[in-house]
Design a protein around this ligand. Structure first.
Ligand code: SAH
Ligand code: SF4
Length: 351
């Protein structure tokens, strides 16, 4: 028995193959295709112990057991909204917790997942920002969130979309995010289509560039929220380092596969971002890009200094965009009554 065992869900199939290859010399029964089988057991059959992996010889199973363990997470509690969305608080091994939200739609359920416990980006309108960054999630924690939520749902509530719009800035935890995406999209793993995964960023430009070059072509969403540097910097400190001009340039160079477009998230805040002049500037700013805009009426948060727009103003703003042939769904905020809507995810005490 070796002293430290590895969390096997932090390993990609390629990592595991290499491990099997390296160990092959001493254990002739271990072949790299074992990695495919192990992946199948872990992610398709959701095995919780190596003993369950019946088509793998006992010797190999024992060796796996000596070197690895299979992690899982537990739901600490959940809150059900009147609109059917459910916010799960999930306990991490070190006592911290994160939140994931199940968002039902008629025929395409979505899970909104966290990439970090807390967030370091300090956006002025966001509850998660008030926690500061506690820590990055490792790949297994990102994946286990989804497992844990799916396990709690009735069979028919299949997840169609995975969106990284929960707690944290995914590109601040880039390597772990990419490793999780590799496992999620692996045909022997979760076998999830990259088309159904969206990563939302506040605009870390070097990482947007790098993301564009990855072989996993997940969708990109960018939190825009302001149409002038003045307003955007007030709302999102990241704009000081990466202003609108630089952001738009990087977005215009982002390689899009056919059919795809960048999603820009735009919060409507009363008297700050919700005027028709802002709508006009928004169109001018994004001119030439292939995009859609998700309009999110500001969700007021306890102690928050901003106000939600009136429903009429939100609709007028949307109509202006629609009249200019822009795809602009107005996100009817789900889970408001359970503080499970955008920017309301927060765990623990806020100073
Ligand atoms: N950190 C990433 C992803 C998580 S935030 C990002 O910022 O893109 C997900 C979305 O929620 C972002 O578009 C953000 O602008 C929005 N959001 C945060 N707080 C909000 C609030 N109080 N009301 C409405 N939307 C909010
Ligand atoms: Fe972090 Fe996104 Fe909230 Fe900004 S909006 S503080 S980046 S979670």
């Amino acid at each position: 028995m070796i002293s430290k065992r590895y969390n096997i869900k932090n390993w990609t199939r390629q990592n595991l193959r290499e491990w099997f290859k390296k160990n092959e010399k001493n254990h002739s029964s271990l072949k790299s295709f074992r990695a495919d089988q192990v992946f199948n057991w872990l992610y398709q059959k959701r095995a919780e112990s190596f003993d369950q992996m019946l088509n793998i010889g006992q010797g190999t199973r024992e060796m796996l057991e000596d070197h690895f363990y299979i992690s899982s997470l537990k739901v600490a509690d959940n809150l059900k909204s009147r609109d059917g969305s459910i916010k799960f608080r999930i306990l991490l091994d070190d006592g911290n917790s994160i939140e994931s939200v199940f968002l039902p739609h008629k025929n395409h359920n979505t899970i909104c997942v966290s990439s970090q416990a807390g967030c370091a980006m300090g956006c002025d309108f966001c509850m998660t920002a008030k926690m500061g960054l506690i820590r990055n999630l490792d790949p297994s924690e990102i994946i286990n969130q989804i497992f844990t939520v799916v396990k709690e749902l009735p069979e028919e509530k299949k997840i169609r979309n995975i969106v990284f719009m929960g707690m944290g800035e995914p590109f601040h935890n880039y390597n772990n995010l990419m490793q999780a995406l590799e496992i999620l999209t692996d045909e022997h793993g979760f076998n999830y289509s990259h088309r159904r995964i969206t990563v939302s960023t506040s605009g870390l430009l070097p990482k947007i560039r790098r993301f564009g070059l990855e072989k996993i072509k997940a969708n990109l969403a960018v939190s825009l929220n302001g149409v002038t540097d003045e307003v955007r910097t007030k709302l999102m400190p990241v704009n000081k380092a990466y202003n609108l001009e630089k952001l738009i340039k990087v977005c215009s160079e982002f390689p899009l596969e056919s059919r795809k477009r960048i999603t820009f998230e735009y919060i409507l805040i009363r008297d700050l971002t919700d005027s028709l002049q802002d709508a006009k500037s928004l169109i001018r700013l994004l001119h030439g890009l292939k995009f859609k805009i998700n309009l999110i009426p500001y969700n007021s948060t306890p102690g928050g200094k901003y106000n939600a727009p009136s429903p009429e103003q939100s609709r007028m703003f949307q109509k202006y965009l629609l009249d200019h042939q822009i795809i602009a769904p107005l996100r009817i905020s789900k889970g408001q009554d359970i503080q499970g809507a955008c920017g309301q995810l927060v765990v623990g005490n806020i100073q």
